[in-house]
Design a protein. Structure first.
Length: 113
């Protein structure tokens, strides 16, 4: 098993939806591949409705990517706590995901369209 991560452009058009609302769509998504985990799609901030994301106090650390900052998503009917994250200043091997946000929550769907 390798300790490396791979970051590559994700082909096609990708949409992220939460609470029935489109949070963003892009042709510039990145896909992060890491051994032992499902691939993660990262969206450029410029292609997201950032007004729907509120920074939270949660932080985590990854030896391969650095410190992650989290965001909660305000939908029409609820708040999805810590449903998105970003590496504001990723370490060298993950520098490509700086300025990008990923999503993981049962109520958030990332769709290839």
């Amino acid at each position: 098993m390798s300790d490396a991560i791979e970051i590559r452009p994700k082909p096609g058009h990708v949409v992220v939806v939460a609470g029935g609302a489109v949070l963003g769509e892009t042709d510039r998504a990145l896909e992060l591949i890491e051994d032992g985990f499902d691939p993660v799609v990262y969206f450029p901030r410029d292609d997201l409705a950032m007004v729907m994301l509120d920074a939270s106090a949660k932080r985590t650390s990854c030896p391969k990517k650095g410190e992650a900052s989290y965001y909660s998503i305000q939908t029409k009917s609820t708040v999805l706590k810590d449903a998105a994250w970003s590496y504001e200043a990723p370490i060298d091997g993950a520098a490509a995901i700086a300025g990008y946000i990923a999503f993981a929550h049962p109520s958030v769907n990332v769709l290839d369209v």
